[in-house]
Design a protein around this ligand. Structure first.
Ligand code: ADP
Length: 589
């Protein structure tokens, strides 16, 4: 039963574990990832702005130096007349300044773009003698007085920021002073950062970066930039792959693949773009944690629900078991009751048979004695008749008639026993029945010197019963009392009648021998008697009991106690009390 009841919860649990848990994990992970990515993107942009400012500050740091030098009379003199001494002196001066500033190069060009003197005059790849007229910063400086440009050095191939200032004398353009600042310092400052940073030129080539192996490699064409980079043929492309969103890239390296968020910003004053790559690990971590938490929560919930279902099934089962046990108990009680009834029936049967035996013996004894006497009276009468003694014959016949009367009395009793259930019930005056019974027995009670006390209420109490039979019961009880008191020193009979709550109680108490405790339970059994043979058949109480039950009442016997409830002021120490309980009824009108 449990297995069947648990099948549904078990299937549900399995479904939740197999489908619900991964689904919840995926949903939570997706939601957390989106949330974390938004955060990360905002942070990356803020960071990028900072790097941008950083980059610009670095570039502007020495922007005033070329301006100052452009005002220098020595420079103007040099440009007007570049004698070897002037060139030499200026070379050393520029070298000194460049060293002090940490700049890549510091040089002076004439109005045709030819470099006359440079801080790297002494280096193999010196700018001296080179013409950079085509460089935008030069053109801008000549035209507008000042020019800026990011570029890769054509001679050195070292990227730098060029700041150029025009040199004028008497409204004549003499040339330009140019300072090139490298990014080594900046790159060193960026190196420990979490982000990977790179600056690309118009062609998408990386010039400045804190990832050494990316320098001079090209951005992939697919980079979502406007305008898109046009990498030179033959340039190494960065090992980037683009994932789902346009700003997400995967970078291969060392056999692993790291994923980044790409943010880009154009650097003003050039065609350069600053990019930052921010690791997506926090997003993944947050997604994983959220997924795990959601999975755990759903799994836990499912298991808890299952446990609850288990408990419910167990409880139902326990209740069913209890029901079964109760049913089994009831069945056993019914069985035992049936057995008991059977035994009782058997016992009753045995008691009936015993009673029948007793009765037969009693009747045989009662009848045999008068029969034997009648026989001898009859025999004697025949002899007396032959002798002509008529008077004696008459006496004998009188004895015979008396004996037949006694036998008739015995059979009358038997008939009464057989007839006890007949008759119709009606209102009977209990007071009247008591008076009648006492008057029937008056002669005997007087002969035995029995003191009779009655306590009967007025008006009379009416009970359910039958006149003659109630009298029969009372005659029997009073007769028995008189029998019991025959040899007693005090012979007192007390009859008390009370009525309350629809019941009348009629008690007949005597000061006789009382009843042996062992006899009390069988007092009402037919043919139970303690009297000598010929004095009692043992039917009186049995018949009385039956009659009273027919009336819907009951008859009980007890021994009187010193404070017996009969109300006597001086109760005898012993004696029996019989109590009739009858239903009261309305007095007939
Ligand atoms: P019987 O009078 O023929 O013996 P009953 O059925 O009237 O038959 O009484 C049965 C027995 O109950 C009596 O033999 C006697 O032992 C006992 N009994 C009845 N009434 C009294 C009484 N008032 N006091 C003592 N014993 C009594």
């Amino acid at each position: 039963m449990a297995a069947r009841a648990l099948e549904k919860p078990r299937r549900l649990l399995l479904a939740v574990l197999l489908i619900g848990v991964p689904l919840a994990a995926a949903l939570a992970a997706g939601w957390a990832a989106a949330d974390a990515e938004t955060d990360l993107r905002a942070r990356a942009h803020a960071q990028l702005a900072l790097y941008d400012a950083n980059l610009r500050a670095e570039l502007e740091r020495h922007a005033a130096i070329p301006l100052a030098l452009a005002q220098d009379a020595e420079v103007a003199a040099l440009l007007s007349d570049p004698t070897p001494e002037r060139v030499d002196r200026m070379n050393r001066k520029l070298e000194g300044i460049a060293q002090a500033l940490g700049a890549s190069a510091f040089y002076i060009m004439d109005s045709s773009g030819l470099t006359l003197t440079a801080s790297n005059w002494n280096a193999p790849a010196t700018f001296v003698g080179q013409n950079f007229a085509y460089r935008p910063y030069f053109r801008m400086a000549i035209e507008r007085g000042e020019g800026h440009h990011f570029a890769l050095g054509t001679t050195s191939f070292i990227p730098g920021y060029y700041t150029a200032h025009r040199v004028m004398a008497e409204n004549r353009t003499l040339g330009a002073v140019v300072l090139k600042v490298g990014f080594e310092r900046l790159e060193r400052a960026w190196a420990p950062g979490q982000e990977k940073l790179l600056v690309t030129d118009r062609d998408g080539m990386v010039f400045v970066t804190n990832v050494e192996e990316w320098r001079y490699r090209a951005l992939p064409r697919r980079l979502p930039l406007t305008p898109p980079p046009v990498p030179d043929e033959g340039l190494d492309v960065l090992p980037w792959a683009f994932g789902g969103a346009s700003d997400r890239i995967a970078v291969a390296g060392n056999g692993t693949e790291r994923r980044y968020l790409l943010s880009s910003v154009a650097v003003p004053g050039g065609d350069w773009t600053l990019h930052s790559l921010t690791g997506l690990e926090p997003v993944t971590a947050r997604a994983q944690i959220a997924g795990l938490l959601a999975a755990a929560a759903v799994a836990l919930g499912a298991v808890a629900a299952y446990a609850l279902a288990l408990r419910r099934v167990a409880m139902t089962e326990r209740l069913a078991l209890q029901d079964e046990a109760r049913a089994e108990l009831e069945r056993r009680v019914a069985e035992a009751t049936a057995e008991l009834r059977e035994t009782e029936n058997e016992l009753t049967q045995a008691a009936k048979l015993a009673a029948l035996g007793q009765m037969s013996a009693g009747i045989a004894h009662e009848i045999n004695q008068p029969l034997a006497a009648m026989r001898s009276y009859a025999d004697n009468a025949v002899v007396l008749l032959e002798r002509g003694r008529m008077e004696s014959v008459r006496t004998n016949l009188g004895e015979i008639a008396e004996l037949t009367d006694r036998m008739a009395a015995i059979t009358r009793q038997l008939k009464g026993f057989a007839r006890r259930a007949s008759g119709t019930l009606g209102p009977v005056s209990a007071n009247g029945a008591v008076a009648q019974a006492l008057s029937l027995l008056e002669a005997r009670l007087r002969r035995d010197e029995v003191a009779v006390e009655t306590d009967l209420p007025e008006p009379a109490v009416w009970v359910v019963g039958e006149d003659v039979r109630l009298q029969q019961v009372l005659v029997n009880l009073i007769g028995n009392a008189a029998d019991a008191m025959r040899d007693a020193p005090v012979r007192r009979l007390r009859i008390v009648l009370t009525a309350a709550d629809g019941a009348a109680l009629l008690s007949i108490a005597d000061s006789g021998t009382g009843i042996r405790e062992s006899d009390l339970p069988r007092l009402f059994v037919p043919f139970f008697t303690t009297k000598e043979a010929g004095e009692g058949l043992g039917l009186g109480l049995s018949i009385s009991h039956g009659i009273v039950e027919d009336f819907g009442g009951n008859l009980t016997a007890a021994n009187r106690q010193p404070d017996a409830p009969d109300g006597s002021d001086t109760p005898p120490a012993s004696g029996a009390v019989f109590t009739l309980r009858l239903k009261t009824t309305e007095q007939p009108s």
